[in-house]
Write a protein that binds this ligand. Sequence first.
Ligand SMILES: Cc1cc2nc3c(=O)[nH]c(=O)nc-3n(C[C@H](O)[C@H](O)[C@H](O)COP(=O)(O)OP(=O)(O)OC[C@H]3O[C@@H](n4cnc5c(N)ncnc54)[C@H](O)[C@@H]3O)c2cc1C
Length: 537
Amino acid sequence: MKEKYMTENKYNTIIVGGGIAGLTSAAYLSRQGKKILLIEKNKECGGLVNTFTQDGFHFDAGVRALEDAGIIFPMLNDLNIHLEVVKSPVSLGIENEMLHIESVDSLKQYSELLTTLYPESKGEIDSVMKVIRKIMKHMDVLYGIENPVFKDLMRDRTFLFKKLLPWLPKFIFTVGKINRMNMPVEDYLGKIVKNPSLKDIISQHFFKNTPAFFALSYFSLYLDYFYPKGGVGKLADAVKNKIIEYGGKIKTGTKIIKILADTYYVIDQNNITYEYENLIWAADLKTFYKIMETNGLLPKKRIKFENIKKKMLNNRGGDSVFTLFIEVDEPLERFRKIAHGHFFYTPSKQGLGKTHWNELNTMLSNFERIKREKILTWLDKFTRLNTYEISIPGLKDPELAPPGKTGLIISLLAEYDLFNKVQEAGWYDEFKTELENRILNVISDSIYPMLKDKIIKHFSFTPLSIENRIGSSEGAITGWSFEKPVPVIHKIQSSDRSVLTSIPSIFQAGQWAYSPAGVPMSILTGKLAANKILKRN
Ligand SMILES: Cc1cc2nc3c(=O)[nH]c(=O)nc-3n(C[C@H](O)[C@H](O)[C@H](O)COP(=O)(O)OP(=O)(O)OC[C@H]3O[C@@H](n4cnc5c(N)ncnc54)[C@H](O)[C@@H]3O)c2cc1C
């Protein structure tokens, strides 16, 4: 019986996780004719790069728009994938002040907008702008050429000699500068900004303790955003179709629940066994360490594995989001007049404040004894003072909403533990409704008054929904939390090693393999893992 399994289900490489990282690995390995199997637990691939349809409205469930970062377009070119895309311009709004970012020059208008709101802090605003301008220059170097990982350097000598070699010294110099800006953005800003509201407004839509360089590079990133026609999920669909074209095999609706390292097997929820020569784990890393069986490995290897496991399991996923999806009986034009289809909006210039986090932490450590009213009062403040990421797919591609109607995606960073505690206390659905209603009130009392009586339907996803759908620890949306030292590679010059595990036949890829991560880094690690296997063979 085992012999039969072995011949039927034996692959050169098994890739677990059909998010954009796993899809990338699978595409590159199948292109080289490797016998591969991509295993995905959900019915569809894409993970956090996903678009779904509801009542004729198309909504992006994960990332709202994409940044090339010198990675996505080179990957598409290299795989000969044609993806129709449009620019995805960003607007910033605070109270009634609005800025539509068009070019690098918009930074000056951003500075003016902040000065209008905080005239007493003009000097501090100038200092922040100086830093952002410096970072933008570093970003120009960092993403200045197509990432060489996606180029054939043996054949493309023009790229090698005319672009890569002249760029390398600038890159090395810039990496040094970037590494010096690794401290949490809150601390970094704390040194130049004393006005707490201003500090909050600049940084409160980043994950807690985001490295300063990564956080303050957002102005460059806003200029880089693009959107695939048909929704962000089209990127994942396109890579998936390539895998099939190259003869790769994809199995969806299949969850891997065990890995047997000594016999090179993975086992799914139906007890079906698959044999691999190489394994790429492109899903949640804490799960990987929890389901790995190392019996049969040499004691030295087991000890090494157990040490890394301890480090991984001691850590947690980064911040998550609460997302409200709204179907509105109003035409796109009404929304177009207010802001672009990707919009960061803060209804109050006051900012969430340090006490906000302290209050939340006190509530969480004492949750059973806290009255519901107190939590709801906290929720009032949380929704009134927060920064919202608003995406309107129809403003990027009008085909994504039914004629005369608009679909909105409104989200804010949300603490997984809060939703978990509320669920344990038995009032999760009620809490969700309370949060939805508060967001609707805040947004319709401020930037989109037409929402008041034009909503056809609304529904929401919480950090727990993300955890359930994607299997992502703590509902994280970009991998590890920055609150503790991250347990994986986090220096760009060492990214090549980020895909290695302590077991030579097993590689890791995706948002948990390198930090800080996002779509481009997930694609890059997917490619790096495939490269390692191709070299190994
Ligand atoms: C709201 C939001 C906004 C974002 N904004 C940005 C942004 O502006 N810029 C940016 O770069 N990134 C952004 N991201 C992050 C980005 O989407 C992710 O970092 C990236 O898509 C992760 O890709 P991945 O392949 O590593 O992982 P995932 O997309 O998590 O894929 C992992 C896959 O593995 C599957 N899986 C899990 N466990 C198993 C198992 N046991 N067996 C089989 N399959 C399994 C899951 O179902 C999933 O499909 C955002 C994400 C969200 C949600």
